[in-house]
Design a binder for this molecule. Structure first.
Ligand code: NAP
Length: 524
């Protein structure tokens, strides 16, 4: 059995007190344990601020980018091992594991490329000009310029269990490129992958001392030590998010907090979409992928499927046929398409959640029962509602292979918009239609409530990336229950870790020292 250690203050630390167990969700056997007890979190925060931060900020953007590239390669170097651990500790199929691990290395590499580009534009400069200079005085001599500078604090990253590699990789890529050291806390149930990745990062010796620390186990009193230049980026349930957002110390010191929480993502089938069309095929593929990839334990997975009432039977039949072909079982078997849920708690929560949906609708397939005697398995479950406004569908995230079909009246687009927005803020909506007027109307109606709109049509059916994919180029996050946070989006992802300020003074000084160098195109 593996005991996971934490990497703090440059040393590996095995917790002293009660260990938290880690399981193989396929067999339910305990395969590991971890504990963060005994960690001096005040010292860890100081180590990051006093040792890691200055060393990172001594590197220019190009050097930080080069470090990210090397980190990406170091993690890629243990890819096969991580895939195996992801199956054993997370119940991931090989495809699920690659989605997580390649997502991490891909995002690190994308920010490495941004660092390289910034290095070429900014040279030795370590700030990011924001927009163009403005004239403030009666002549151009007195002007102003906005810019972003690195904050001399630490970034604490609290990650969810479902993406142990990607969650850590995407957060640290942005912070490190911004010149801010990180303390990564893994979600405990699946911490084996994050721990192995942390070992590879620490062993590689790529980052300056203090730039990277890793916590396996609980967060202890870590958040009590954060101060105004620090930040917390959290990914997890809105329930935990609420607790962290209201943390008295974070409130007292106005510590920046970015929340990525849960989301009742919607897919909308437009009234014009014919069964058998390319757009319909795209919709089926995406919904089935979302429901079954990582056993539906994806923050971006579709939970609410809006279908014009006359099409409901066709859509349900097509989805049930595809879901029926998904082989559920041991994630290590080559023909398995969906593994178990990640933990016993997940199994209990998902079974209860499906049960609550079924109080209001009918199961077209699946249901709350366990699939096998052993392991945390449930079947892909599609629940068909008779009414589109059933409260529980819009209020409760069932974080597993489960979605509800909701019929809508295709003559009432305004009502459709209201229904989609009933999720009270989400990460992504996928909208399937070749009708530009319908697409525009719905898109503008739901845009303020969602972080990302994904438009599927015949024109992109052969090349669109799935809506469940979070890409480094575009932002991830959403308002309301999705947490109100924002990550990634190219250089926008650095803003959490940097301070935007305005500089005012003599135009020559302001523009030369703080503005965009001649020929630079990036900015923040
Ligand atoms: P969770 O139970 O809220 O836990 C998330 C993280 O918070 C874990 O690392 C957990 O540590 C930690 N945590 C819990 N209580 C804490 C406290 N009082 N102080 C400090 N840290 C604390 O969520 P989860 O079950 O891991 O993840 C599933 C949820 O995450 C789903 O709701 C999903 O929608 C959401 N999610 C959202 C996104 C997004 O980007 N929006 C991405 C992935 C997942 P322990 O594990 O040690 O308890």
């Amino acid at each position: 059995m593996q005991t996971l250690a934490s990497f703090v203050c440059g040393r590996w630390h095995e917790g002293a007190g009660d260990q938290q167990p880690l399981h193989d969700p396929t067999t339910e056997a305990q395969i590991g344990q971890c504990s963060s007890s005994g960690i001096d979190f005040a010292a860890a925060v100081r180590h990051a601020r006093e040792v890691g931060g200055p060393a990172l900020r001594a590197l220019d953007f190009a050097a930080r980018g080069a470090a990210l590239k090397a980190l990406s390669a170091a993690v890629h170097g243990i890819r096969d091992e991580l895939i195996e651990l992801s199956g054993r500790n997370g119940g991931s199929t090989r495809g699920d594991a690659k989605f997580d691990i390649d997502g991490a290395t891909g995002t690190l590499a994308a920010y490495a490329a941004l660092g390289d580009q910034l290095g070429k534009e900014m040279g030795a400069g370590r700030h990011l000009p924001d927009g163009d200079g403005v004239q403030l005085g009666r002549s151009p001599r007195f002007g102003g310029q906005h810019m972003w500078v690195s904050r001399p604090g630490v970034a604490v990253h609290v990650n969810a269990f479902n993406f142990p590699a990607w969650g850590m990789g995407e957060k640290m890529a942005c912070a490190l490129l911004a010149g801010v050291p990180v303390i990564e806390k893994a979600g405990t149930p699946s911490a084996l992958v994050a721990w192995r990745m942390a070992k590879a990062i620490a062993d590689a010796g790529i980052l300056p001392p203090g730039a990277f620390q890793f916590v396996a186990g609980g967060a202890g009193d870590l958040l009590d030590h954060l101060r105004p230049m620090d930040c917390l980026a959290f990914t997890g349930s809105s329930r935990t998010g609420l607790v962290l957002k209201g943390h008295p110390n974070l409130l007292e010191h106005n510590v920046r907090v970015n929340l990525e929480a849960d989301s009742l993502n919607a897919a909308v089938v437009g009234p014009d979409v014919e069964v058998g069309s390319d757009t319909f095929g795209l919709f089926l593929t995406n919904v089935v992928t979302d429901m079954t990839q990582k056993a539906g334990q994806k923050c971006t997975a579709v939970r609410r499927i809006f279908v014009p009432r006359p099409r409901v039977d066709d859509v349900v039949a097509a989805l049930v046929e595809r879901l029926g072909a998904i082989k559920v079982g041991d994630p290590a078997a080559a023909d398995t398409r969906m593994g178990p849920l990640a933990s016993a708690r997940q199994l209990a929560d998902v079974r209860a959640g499906i049960g609550r949906l079924l109080e209001h609708g009918k199961a077209a397939c699946g249901g709350p029962d366990k699939v096998f005697d052993r392991g945390y398995f449930v079947a892909p479950s599609l629940v068909v509602m008779d009414r589109p406004d059933v409260e529980v569908v819009h209020a409760e995230e069932v974080f597993g292979p489960c979605a509800s079909v909701l019929p809508y009246d295709d003559a009432d687009v305004e009502r459709l918009i209201e229904l989609v927005n009933l999720g009270r803020g989400g990460l992504v909506v996928s909208l399937y239609s070749n009708d530009r007027e319908f697409t525009e109307r719905v898109a503008f109606g739901i845009a303020p409530w969602h972080g990302r709109l994904w438009l599927g049509s015949d024109r992109v059916a052969d090349q669109a990336l799935a809506p469940g994919m979070v890409l480094p180029q575009t932002i991830h996050g959403g308002p309301g229950r999705a947490g109100g946070g924002e990550e990634l989006g190219g250089l926008r992802g650095l803003q959490l870790y940097m301070q935007r300020i305005a500089v005012q003074g003599f135009h020559g000084t302001v523009s030369k020292s703080f503005g965009r160098p001649q020929g630079a195109t990036s900015g923040a």
